[in-house]
Ligand binder design. Sequence first.
Ligand code: SF4
Ligand code: ZN
Length: 944
Amino acid sequence: MSAQGETANIGKVLSFLREWDRGDRAARGRMLNTFLCQNKGKSCYELECEFAQVSSLFLARLTTWMRLTYMFGTLLGLQLRAIRVFLSASGHDQYVMEFLEDGGVLSLLDILNHTQSKEEDKTEALRLLLTVSNAGRNYKEIICESNGVKVTAECLAKSNTEETQETASALLESLSHGNPKYQSQIYKSLITLMTCSSPKAQHLVLHTVRIVQSKMKTAHHSIVEPLLNMLTSIHLDIQDEAINLILDLKGFDVRPIILSGLVALLRQAREEIKSQEITEETEMTASLPVFVQQAAAAKAIRLLAEGNQEISHDLLSLGVIQCLLSALGNREHTDAQVQASLALEHFVRSFPVIEEHVQRVMGSTLFAAFMHKPDTLYMNLDETQAEILLNNKADILSKGCEFQFCVGDKQEDKYSASLTMSHLRSALHKSKRSGLKMVETAKPQRKRTKRAVKEEETMSAASPSSYHTFPDPADVVQLRSQLLNWYDKEKRELPWRTLALTELDLNIRTYAVWVSEIMLQQTQVATVKDYYNKWMKRWPTVQDLSTATLEEVNQMWAGLGYYSRGKRLHEGAQKVVTKLKGQMPRTVDGLLKELPGVGRYTAAAIGSIALGQVTGVVDGNVIRVLCRLRAIGADSTSPAVTEALWTLANTLVDPERPGDFNQAMMELGARVCSPKAPVCSQCPVQSHCHSYSKVIVKQDQNSKKLFGKQERKTLAVPDIEDCLSRGTCPLCPSQPWDDDLGVQNFPRKPAKKPPRVERTMTCVVIRRREEGEDEYLLTQRPDKGLLAGLWQFPSLVLEEENSEIKQKRALCTEINGILETHVTESLLQYIGEVVHIFSHIHQTYVVHIVHLKDSATQTQTKNVQWLTRSALQEAAVSTGVKKIVKLYDSLDNHKEKTSKKAKKQNISDVETAKKPQTSKRGAANSRGRQLSLSSFFQTVKEES
Ligand code: SF4
Ligand code: ZN
């Protein structure tokens, strides 16, 4: 351009700017429209030519005017578009810089924040910000520093036009590129946005999160919950995007939470169905979000597991199979069934052991249909089959049917799962059979085919008759609820129950329940309470117990019986501390494997009460309740009955409150369904009790006999079925029903072996020390066997063939072997007999005493000690020894009462012929002194 031309152009621009400055709103509106028509799409160079190299003067005017007027919306749209002409002019970021310097970004953010702003103005403002953001890292940082991320995110969440939402999403995405300083802030804002309600926004956010996540090195844990919640969406594009994000996240450390969350979603839908069944609410609709979520979770599980064996293993260890089977039985939502079926197919085809189990659950016909076309299996499911699949959880996790998966070339058992489908299979058969049975009942004479008979025989051998199980899941649900309601009202407050409920530290809680369960083995609750409190006070943690000595443990245990239990607890505590780094096992299998003295029952009890593991328990009380409930009358110690009882317990246990349910069963057995005096009238589960029904039926039959043929219509008799397999059934009683016993016909035990009768000669050996205090000789029992490691007076089991004098002599030899003395049988003074009954031994102690003059009498071995009266009181001695002490005491009392001179009377000390090396000191001090039995036993009296 010539100099003359340039001058003319400058004149034109200055005139334009003067017109702008003087112009009113209408004039400026016209000018803006003209500007837009003439300059839209021009480059920076072209604009500069047009505006005589001073175009910035107009941009500055625009920016300032916008800042002053945006709140009133005055020609805001035109202003924004005009500014965009500058900012988007290619080739230079000069305008962007100038715009920022004039506070343009702040104005744009204010427009987004302003509630009165029009939607299209917001969109335009977002576009401008996007242009600024795309200009480079510094500009992104300026937007973020000005709170741009939050404002944009809110705009995205609250906006009601797709255009605005899309632009806001694009801006967030742009801000996240090449902006490491604010990347994490943007990522977290996006996670927060995942909870927004607008479907369009959800989809955009998910899309953007995926882009941002792909640039992140880690995934934030807060992403999981909103992500899984998005699976409730009925919008397929959102579900797909959410599932894609789940797949993206499989390489991050949030994977375990996502996997367990997905499995929980499968389970949650089942609980939803159950709760609606119970509350009898209105019909469920197929669109219930929880079912939609279940379907999406099943799909995500399949996509995650396919082609990734490690994820498949993780899912198996989370119990995915039972949940998929359950989802397959959800007839409220076809898509959940289809997706679960497809996911299940993956596991079945990948793991032969799963194939085997699923086949057993479904039965061969249904399984064949499943393998042929898994996506249409739901069409082949009848109501009963669906119901059984739906409620399969407790059954599948009920027993230890472990399997191992081969990972690479290494056998790993960490994924071993407790899967047994036997009960489910059995229930399935039962349900089918109960249908068959109804037909048979209607036509009793109908002849069964040979095949049917054979099938029934096979089933009978493999699984118990439905009479002895709970084939109807509805009954199980009802029984759980009745029993738990009763327990909630009636349960006793016991120290270990309180600890199990209130102790948050899993190690301490598991330890506390372990101690209580070991103490309660063979010992009554009332006795255990005090011991338990003292024990937990002294050793509140497993670490504390591990540092105790066995002697201290035995002392604490003294009087509780079955002393090896305390020893095993002690050994277990040391093992936990040394081998398991102080961590109590976290599973039933772990408890069983690691803790000495913990068997199937104890492991299941600790696992369910302390760790919430879904497993039933079978102890004496539970055996009685279950045998009565299901009329199981065969020998309750036989393997068939034992297995049947465990299966029953695992079927019944409440998956939500396994610990409470198990304690409720035991409490019911202890307080209502007691061995000798069951109170059926107060029983919460009476309506499920076959024994009780039997009693009513028998009473009715007897009353009919009494009244001849006349029916007693007033007596309501339940219509009870009986075991179809009687005669061959391994659970039915072999003895006939006894009217006098009533419900106590169940359970039946084999005839008890009579206890072994044993007589033990024992001798209280006393010496007086020079300080005047008496001491008593105690010897320690062997480490193993009855009363292992406890202290006792020297004793010898009597042998029938030997004469009394011979036995006394043997006892003297024993005492002389311990001490350096020479006690003869004539010196042993008989004072009486004490009877103590162990579970298998009827023990009689024939008690003697002997007093030694020599207070320095030496002991020869380390398992022997002289104890003062107070030390004796503290020592780990058995109840039998305490009874002997009491006998002594009563003898002394009698003497004191019958003789006024008793206090002065000296009981002649027994002369002992000392061996040459013994000390003379004791003999000198003890000779001629009266032995005070009352002082010796004073403490025992106080104790008793
Ligand atoms: Fe026991 Fe009687 Fe209850 Fe049956 S009804 S479970 S026999 S208390
Ligand atoms: Zn039977």
